[in-house]
Write a protein of this length. Structure first.
Length: 380
């Protein structure tokens, strides 16, 4: 696949001031040179308080996206973009909804979520442990008391045409990276925890970005050295590998018996507090390109950003050794600079998570202040 060999020249030819303002200052030949926020439309998705859903656990009707919509993934199917996004009800339970677009900018929501906590084997990981024992109310004094659910999806397609989605199962105490599959994006089979091993199953884990390649306009999971690979984590970034996209093993140091960190925070930079994968990791001629989210620490950080700001950067890994870091950008390429990105459920957040190649352009979808959803475009 061609990747951005002539990024600087392209920018000069485009000559667009708005794009220059959103590019990384330390432009790398292997990286996306910019993503332009579609300010005329953003945010493209906001909560719709009157959408209703019969919850299968409580048997009560809930307004399932009354509180927030955020952190979307996306995939191209039948020449349309399917956006799978996290939605929260008033208590903070997360479910995954879907919206469909013919242009990548204007979306029509489905009225009910397509993926949610249920009375199944995953309930123990996706339903708040307090809910069956205490009154279900929420207040500022107990702000996160009942937060739970299925969160932050990331989706790729297999060579056989099945869809695989990593997501976070949250029970009110521990986030656990999980995986599900579907043949039609509507009916899903939950395959359980990614970190199934007894040693790690109660370890906080999330944000699974599977290494994939662009085939036509589809993002297809790609084996490297006979294995599928996944980047994950939200402090450091770690790795897991699989034969079948369902059963995963973590990459562990054989001496220390600890998870191997392949990307970590850097003091003095925008990612000084934590790093977390964005969308799938993209296999290119130059290597494996990982767009990632970084959070700015309170001190010894990037002084151009408020503390705890979420902004995004890019890293490049060896295409034959996915654990080997080759390069990374020193500056963020997208950060909160609009009111709806700076103020919300969580302030100062641009959290990138969805990426598709559609009609010759790259569309990047991101959560804004954990409350709404925006889009930015790279015109290839």
């Amino acid at each position: 696949m061609k990747i951005f060999q002539y990024a600087i020249l392209s920018l000069l030819l485009l000559g667009c001031e708005a794009k220059i303002k959103t590019q990384s200052e330390d432009l790398k030949s292997w990286a996306f040179p910019y993503f332009e926020k579609v300010d005329s439309l953003n945010p493209i998705l906001s909560p719709t308080p009157d959408l209703k859903f019969l919850d299968p656990i409580t048997n009560h009707t809930v307004h399932w996206e009354e509180r927030n919509v955020l952190n979307p993934t996306a995939i191209v199917k039948n020449n349309k973009i399917y956006l799978l996004y996290r939605a929260q009800d008033s208590l903070g339970t997360s479910r995954i909804g879907m919206a469909i677009s013919e242009d990548g900018l204007h979306f029509k929501k489905m009225t009910e979520p397509i993926f949610f906590p249920d009375a199944d084997s995953m309930k123990v990981y996706e339903w708040n442990y307090k809910k069956d024992k205490t009154e279900q109310t929420n207040s500022e004094e107990c702000y996160f008391c009942y937060f739970d659910g299925v969160e932050d999806p990331r989706i790729v397609e297999s060579k056989a045409g099945d869809y695989f989605m990593t997501y976070t199962s949250y029970d009110g105490k521990t986030a656990r990276l999980s995986i599900a599959s579907s043949k039609d994006l509507l009916t899903w089979q939950k395959h359980g925890l990614v970190l199934k091993n007894e040693k790690y199953k109660n370890t906080w884990s999330k944000a699974g970005a599977i290494v994939s390649e662009l085939v036509g306009n589809k993002i297809i999971a790609k084996k490297i050295n006979e294995k599928y690979w996944m980047y994950f984590g939200d402090t450091n970034i770690f790795m897991a590998y699989s034969d079948d996209l369902i059963n995963w093993e973590v990459a562990e140091n054989s001496e220390s018996k600890k998870l191997i960190s392949v990307l970590h925070p850097r003091m003095g930079y925008f990612d000084s507090r934590l790093v977390e994968p964005g969308p799938f990791a993209l296999l290119t001629d130059n290597g494996i390109l990982l767009i990632y989210n970084g959070s700015n620490a309170e001190n010894f950080s990037d002084t151009s950003l408020p503390k705890f700001t979420y902004a995004a950067g890019q890293a490049l890994f060896d295409k034959n050794k996915p654990y080997k870091l080759i390069d990374r950008t020193n500056k963020f390429f997208i950060h909160p600079d609009k009111e709806y990105e700076k103020v919300g459920e969580v302030n100062e957040v641009c959290f990138v998570e969805g990426l598709v190649y559609f009609k010759g352009n790259w569309f990047l979808y991101y959560g804004t202040a954990d409350s709404k959803i925006g889009v930015a475009v790279y015109k290839n």
